[in-house]
Design a binder for this molecule. Structure first.
Ligand code: DQQ
Length: 439
């Protein structure tokens, strides 16, 4: 299993299946709970896996925090939720699945003194959805506000009209009263809100949800109602179920599940399926949109450095131009790159490329369409494209201009460790590239 050349080195991986993260910062440690099927690399009866880290890079796997109890409300799975510190204990709220067809979801709680050993309450804390909403009723997120606790549950409006974020209130974390929707979505962010997350950031509030893609909405929060003002895509690639935690440096840190595109036979051979993205630090940008950057901790893994200065692309014909980034090689890299897109209609990087560049994984900006994968990124007239690219074997995470991201997977044959710049349909120019191997 450990010989799998595609298994990432500093992205969290577990033996078996993993999906949705549920991060929780406490007392100098980042706890990352995640959906998990131990020992089996395909989805099944979901458990809560648990890993802990002090630097967001080196993770120690802890015992499975929750697993389904036969004959109980979570017999078919312990699905996504969130962790909060209560007056005396930690409380873990999750969606208990008693059966799949039809899907039977209730909201449940477990408590702990140490975040490692959890005791489930046998009865749900919320047994039924309020009337008037669709099938989705899951992924509770809990926070404290004033002298009360609030819970959001992801749901949907009937007829595909969009997601619904259902708001509950409690004084004691035990008995919960339904208030009203925090807000109702539109079809533009999917028909339901999986894995909702809601938090203050800068002078706004941010709502995250997933359906097809992972979306953000920023806006105003007053009288327990949210009014979105801007909407965007968290990541235009294989990234889902983003959720956040706040650390003691005041950083709002985003975690996300990176999906695995390999076949069942391939993941069986490897023994693992899915990984967790590097933590990204979030901010509200001057225009009110959501910005993100990989956390600074990553720089501690940087080893040998290579710099390339301004350069023009060579022409290949058919309007395609390439610029091999000579001297930068590796399966684990951290790259900071600046280029002018000029008149090109498509620009980007060919990553994990073979020496002759015939095999590669492209991370491309469609300049004319203003799209980085499935995420919008429109550059200003004089604005350079600024990429931060992290390569960790089969995982590639790209952040562009601090405001768009693209996560890719790649499974190249041995020896694919080169990088080149790519431009099509016009002239582009490299301003600078700094790259470090990561250890
Ligand atoms: N995955 C969980 C659900 C959630 C979905 C089950 C999103 O709770 O809605 O593993 O990936």
């Amino acid at each position: 299993m450990t010989l799998d050349p595609h298994r990432p080195r500093f992205h969290l991986v577990a033996d078996g299946w993993m999906n949705d993260p549920k991060p929780f910062y406490w007392n100098g440690e980042y706890h990352l709970f995640f959906q998990h099927v131990p020992g089996d690399p395909k989805p099944g009866a979901m458990c809560w896996g648990h890993a802990v880290s002090r630097d967001l890079l080196r993770w120690e796997m802890l015992p499975v925090a929750l697993s389904p109890t036969p004959g109980s409300i979570d017999a078919a799975g312990c699905w996504t939720g969130s962790v909060i510190r209560g007056p005396k204990q930690f409380h873990l709220f999750y969606t208990a699945i008693s059966q799949f067809a039809p899907l039977r979801q209730t909201q449940a709680v477990a408590t702990s003194d140490d975040l490692v050993h959890w005791t489930k309450s046998p009865q749900p804390v919320i047994a039924e959805p309020p009337p008037g909403f669709g099938e989705c009723f899951r992924d509770p997120q809990v926070w404290r506000e004033g002298d009360a606790y609030y819970m959001l549950i992801g749901s949907e409006q009937p007829g595909g009209a969009g997601g619904a974020a259902l708001l509950y209130r409690s004084d004691d974390l035990a008995s919960w009263r339904y208030l009203h929707p925090l807000f109702l979505g539109t079809p533009a962010t999917g028909f339901d809100f999986e894995c909702p997350d809601f938090f203050p950031l800068g002078d706004r509030h941010v709502f995250l949800s997933s359906r097809g893609l992972n979306y953000w909405q920023t806006g105003r929060y007053a009288d327990h109602r949210f009014t979105p003002q801007m909407t965007g895509v968290v990541d235009g690639g294989r990234y889902y179920a983003g959720k956040t935690t706040l650390d003691d440096r005041g950083r709002r840190l985003l975690f996300g599940w990176i999906r695995e595109p390999r076949t069942t036979a391939q993941v069986r051979a490897g023994g693992w399926c899915g990984t967790q993205a590097l933590a990204r630090s979030l901010e509200i940008r001057p225009d009110g949109s959501l910005g993100m950057q990989p956390v600074d901790e990553l720089k501690s893994l940087r080893r040998s450095h290579h710099h390339i200065g301004p350069a023009a692309f060579g022409t290949l014909g058919d309007g395609v131009a390439l610029l091999p980034l000579e001297g930068i090689r590796g399966e684990s890299l951290d790259i900071e790159l600046k280029m002018f897109c000029g008149t090109a209609s498509r620009v980007g990087l060919l990553l994990r490329a073979s020496p002759d560049l015939r095999i590669s994984t492209p991370a491309l900006l469609r300049v004319n369409e203003g799209m980085l994968g499935d995420a919008p990124l429109r550059l200003g007239a004089e604005e350079a494209l600024e990429l931060r690219v992290v390569v960790d074997r089969s995982v590639i995470e790209v952040c562009a201009n601090g405001r768009a991201a693209l996560t890719l997977r790649t499974y190249p044959p041995e020896g694919c460790d080169r990088i080149a710049l790519f431009a099509q349909g016009g002239e582009a120019r490299l301003i600078s590239c700094d790259a470090w191997t990561l250890e």
